[in-house]
Design a protein around this ligand. Structure first.
Ligand code: FHN
Length: 437
């Protein structure tokens, strides 16, 4: 019942998705050459690990536990005393991501609960000042990522349930919360973003979240985005506001959905833009560690998500919520290993590809790299062929993925027939290669 109430509330919050609703000044923005290059690199990477980790993990009830269990801030703060993740090993996390085939990591630097998971001089409510852990996990992660060639991105919550200057729940008048200190809050965020962009090496992306809680506020993106682009022009900005992107942003995100879809309920009316696209998804239901969440997605489901995202020209940012001891739960590690076996074999058909070659079909989708089309048969047909509509490119040859078996095809004006045996040994995805002119 509690969950149903929350769902209703969220769907109300997310109902409107019109970028024009945001009526405040935006930065004058022309991306630098370095920024445009980062966008290409981002698109080439295709697969990233999302990490939701905070003191909430102690309660094992997801990252919204403070809100859902109506825990007052003074009580919630006691969690800092129990958070001492002695088994945290940044190298291990990076290895798990890397062997799954993930090329980047996006980690929560501060979530809605207000707690900063990094050493921040802008607040004492951070991992160094408020816990006995006495280590900065983002610093350790930044070092491990650098060593292993993994890009590091920071999630940053705009919404804050605890700070007085934010004034959670206060009415918004003239773009600001009444009886709070909006100027101070904006200055605080700018100070933290400056820390995140100057103390952790090169950061691939700042990934904002929480705008949707305050749609009528002036978030001062003109200042915030300009600050980021000035401090680090190649760093990309994503904002999970569930709107069509607004000026100054470099990536468009889709929560629990493929680009252009709205099955998750967060993307109603959202138009797919020309920016690099990214879908984020959970491995079970929850983002933050949830002891009771056993709704694990299968390896096959996750690979299909990755391939379908690539087919729609997007990346997949797949989430893990580490446990309070600092480890990623074994169920996720196992599934990621299996995903890794697939990406090791078929990665070529995903990394560096672009999508939107055809509309997604019942049987699957297509990705493209240079003069090769990768046909992904995700749902084998009953007929001994598949039909590919709308294909403009002239096919010169069709083979199995390993190139060893030739495949008969007939290319007509209306589309192409590929006479293929669906590989019953490979029920996840039968990948075929079409060479084109
Ligand atoms: O409220 C958050 C949620 O906790 C999580 O961080 C997801 C990730 O996309 N975003 C928000 C809901 O839109």
């Amino acid at each position: 019942m509690k969950k149903l109430g929350l769902l209703c509330l969220l769907s109300l919050i997310f109902f409107s998705a019109n970028a024009q609703d945001y009526a405040y000044p935006m930065p004058e923005y022309t991306p630098t050459a370095g920024n445009l290059e980062s966008r290409q690199e981002f698109q080439d990477m295709k697969f990233g690990m999302f990490i939701h980790w905070g003191i909430y993990s102690v309660l094992g009830d997801g990252e919204w536990v403070m809100y859902q269990q109506k825990i007052k801030n003074d009580t919630y703060k006691k969690l800092t005393k129990f958070f001492n993740p002695q088994d945290f090993n940044a190298e291990e996390w990076v290895q798990i991501a890397k062997s799954a085939g993930m090329k980047y990591i996006t980690i929560t630097s501060r979530h809605h609960d207000s707690f900063s998971m990094f050493d921040s001089k802008a607040t004492d409510y951070d991992i160094i000042d408020a816990t006995r852990f006495d280590r900065d996990p983002l610093k350790e992660l930044a070092e491990a990522c650098k060593k292993e060639g993994i890009k590091l991105n920071f999630y940053y919550s705009l919404l804050d349930w605890a700070r007085e200057d934010y004034g959670f729940g206060h009415k918004i008048v003239d773009g600001k919360p009444v009886d709070a200190d909006w100027d101070k809050y904006i200055a605080f965020m700018k100070a933290q973003l400056t820390e995140l962009l100057t103390n952790y090496g090169e950061i691939g992306c700042i990934w904002f979240d929480g705008h949707w809680e305050r749609k009528k506020a002036d978030w001062r993106y003109n200042e915030i985005y300009s600050l980021i682009h000035e401090l680090s022009p190649s760093t990309l900005i994503a904002n999970n506001h569930h709107l069509t992107p607004i000026p100054g942003e470099d990536i468009q995100t889709f929560e629990r959905d493929l680009p252009g879809e709205n099955k998750g309920g967060y993307s109603k009316g959202v138009k797919v833009s020309q920016l690099p696209l990214e879908s984020c998804a959970t491995m079970a239901k929850s983002w933050g560690f949830n002891l009771n969440d056993k709704k694990y997605k299968s390896t096959k489901q996750l690979i299909h998500f990755l391939v379908n995202a690539a087919g729609k020209n997007g990346n997949l940012l797949l989430n893990v919520g580490p446990m309070p001891n600092g480890e990623i739960q074994p169920e996720f590690v196992q599934t990621l290993k299996e995903v890794g076996a697939w990406t090791t074999k078929y990665g070529e058909s995903v990394y560096g590809t672009r999508g939107n070659v055809i509309k997604t079909q019942k049987w699957g989708t297509i990705t493209k790299k240079d003069k090769v089309l990768y046909v992904h048969i995700l749902n084998p047909t009953k007929e001994p062929y598949i039909f590919i509509p709308e294909l403009k490119e002239k096919i010169t040859s069709a083979t199995s993925f390993d190139g060893k078996t030739k495949i008969k095809f007939k290319q007509l004006k209306e589309g192409t027939f590929l006479y293929t045996k669906m590989d019953s040994n490979d029920t996840i995805d039968t990948v075929l290669k079409l060479k084109i002119k």
